[in-house]
Design a protein around this ligand. Sequence first.
Ligand code: HPA
Length: 272
Amino acid sequence: MKNQVSFCANLILEKSPDFRPQIGLVLGSGLGTFADSVKVISKISFKALPGFPKAGVGGHAGQLILGLVGRTKIAVLQGRAHYYEEGKADAMAVAIKTLKEIGCQSLVITNAAGTIDKDASPGEIMLITDHVNMTGVSPLFGHSERDRFVDMTNAYDLELSNIMRQAAKKNNIKLNEGVYAWCCGPQFETPAEINALKILGVNAVGMSTVPEVIVARHSQIPLCALSIITNLAAGISTSALSHDQTIRVAKLGEDAIREILMTYLNSFSDEQ
Ligand code: HPA
């Protein structure tokens, strides 16, 4: 994995030698068009980057974009790999570690999620404050060093989360907050599973993000994370769940998440 990370980092830096991104951004299902708001410096297909995700799930372009939001230099992963694709919990490890290797000092991770919390509605955004890993797997399986025993307290960085809260406030956008549960998918949850998650104190549920957070913690990259609420979770809504719905409703939340992210990223403009 180390070799893949340095190979990818060298390739990226060779393409744009003078560009060192400060912040890495992972764009989830249906959120890919945020990349249109970035002043692009260079683009590299994941296909050219060994260990990066293979494009697959609808709504994912599968490329790395280096660019600017205001004066903030960012690296965007437009698309991600999920555990359910090949049963590999570390499917995003090379990509996340490469972001650190090319200079990123922090990450923003986004996803689409179903809400268990009735105060949040489809199309709204939720700041993730903590998570519950329901899969029983870890991207750190197979690691043998002592540092695999990662402390997951405050995994969602308090300071970065505060900057995100301020960014939402500045734009007058409602920002829900809560605990995200990672369920492995690809099937949606049963109503009984959602009921169990509710009792466990979970606010929203999805099929990604948590393994990326674990890898980032292991690599000592601070992060914060946002969900676009695309549906009421199973059993809370009477309508059928589908991936098409996820993509369609994510579009409704796109403007809000774009405004929050633009303000958030702009607030790092002076840190270079
Ligand atoms: N469950 C799991 N993943 C999801 C959901 C959901 O309800 N909505 C969007 N991604």
